[in-house]
Design a binder for this molecule. Structure first.
Ligand code: 5GP
Length: 352
């Protein structure tokens, strides 16, 4: 049960198996965990190895886990795009961190030179996911709903699921009205299909970061504004937003408290079986008619899902496999019911 005063909880953003860790002083003392697990920190006395246990685990024995700092550094070193500066070993007494760090390197020749970031802010630690401090959160009945972000590869059925949700309760769920610079068609009304604005205003709004995402199609701009999300939430509705996963990190604010659902394809065999007679609209910017799925579409969907999961998996609160649409929809519905009534772990920064 949450609301444990003074206790510190973290969400693990990576999988950890002490048996695979060459740096750990004692494998038996390690605590294994999976991405998404909630851990309670028992001790941070050591700079390199924290002591932790799984949240809710009644066994009082804590295990060793790599500290955030240590894990960030060794992950950053494996990523060439992150600048890490070589540092000559001085005669200074080496810290626990450096000792363990050296142990973690296999190459004997490099033992002489340590690596250290010039400044800790030289790499974006959000790009090296390790842990995030979390706290229990339960929505009060007078509070706005959390923003629900749906992500998934093209063709996975995200739009069908979204449509089914909207139809299931039009009073409860809502979607944003996008902005466009194209001319209004006779049957359209401003604020319904789109909010129609000038190119000049659109460009100014882009400059002022008013959009969550935008794109260009046939010489016109289209985009979803932050205010359009606010206006759905202000109507006391659950706002369903589908975006590219890279936009999620900009939405992770106290105001929106986004709950991110990843719609994942089943195995390629199941895709072939279940999507035999289905059709795909190949891309968002393609108004072309829906075409039957091809083998390449299936492969592309699986590959795209794998990339999304490996790059952004640490931002997902829930993964729903869309094998059978009816089953996936039930699971989605159940997820929403829980979201609105139960306690969830959210970043501590959202409650400050
Ligand atoms: P139309 O002008 O025919 O209504 O739409 C043209 C294209 O703009 C469609 O392919 C549609 O998917 C795309 N579009 C509509 N709304 C948005 C939006 O909010 N963002 C982006 N990037 N594209 C959009």
């Amino acid at each position: 049960t949450p609301s444990k005063e003074g206790k510190m909880f973290i969400k693990a953003l990576f999988d950890y198996d002490p048996n695979e860790d060459k740096a750990i002083p004692c494998k038996e003392a390690g605590l294994s965990f999976k991405k998404g697990d909630i851990l309670q920190i028992m001790s941070q006395d050591d700079a390199t190895w924290w002591q932790a246990k799984h949240e809710g685990d009644s066994n009082p024995r804590a295990g060793l886990i790599p500290s955030k700092h240590f894990q960030e550094r060794r992950l950053a070193l494996r990523r060439p795009e992150i600048i890490v500066q070589p540092l000559k070993v001085s005669n200074r007494k080496s810290s626990g961190f450096r000792r363990s760090f050296r142990l973690s390197r296999k190459d004997k020749k490099t033992n002489k030179s340590m690596y250290e970031c010039k400044k800790s802010d030289q790499y974006d630690t959000a790009d090296v996911p390790t842990y995030e401090e979390v706290t229990p959160y339960r929505r009060q009945s007078n509070e706005k709903y959390r923003l629900v972000v749906l992500v998934g590869p093209v063709g996975v059925g995200l739009n069908e699921l979204k449509r089914k949700l909207l139809i299931s309760d039009t009073q409860h769920y809502g979607v944003t009205v996008p902005h466009t610079t194209r001319a209004r068609r006779s049957q359209e009304s401003d604020g319904v299909e789109y909010i129609f604005i000038s190119k000049h205003l659109f460009e100014t709004d882009v400059q002022n970061n008013k959009f969550i995402e935008y794109g260009e199609y046939k010489n016109n701009y289209y985009g979803t504004s932050i205010d359009s999300v606010r206006s759905v939430l202000a109507k006391n509705k659950v706002c369903l937003l589908d975006v590219q996963p890279h936009t999620v990190k900009h939405l992770r604010t106290l105001e929106f408290k986004p709950y991110v659902i990843f719609i994942k394809p089943p195995s390629i065999e199941r895709l072939r079986e279940t999507r035999k007679n289905a059709k795909i609209i190949s891309s968002r910017d393609d108004q072309g008619a829906a075409k039957p799925f091809t083998e390449e579409d299936f492969q592309e969907m699986i590959k795209s899902a794998q990339v999304m999961e490996s790059q952004y998996g640490h931002l997902f609160d829930k993964i729903i496999v869309n094998d059978d649409l009816t089953v996936a929809f039930k699971e989605l519905k159940a997820t929403f019911d829980k979201l609105e009534t139960e306690t969830h772990w959210v970043p501590v920064s959202w409650l400050h």
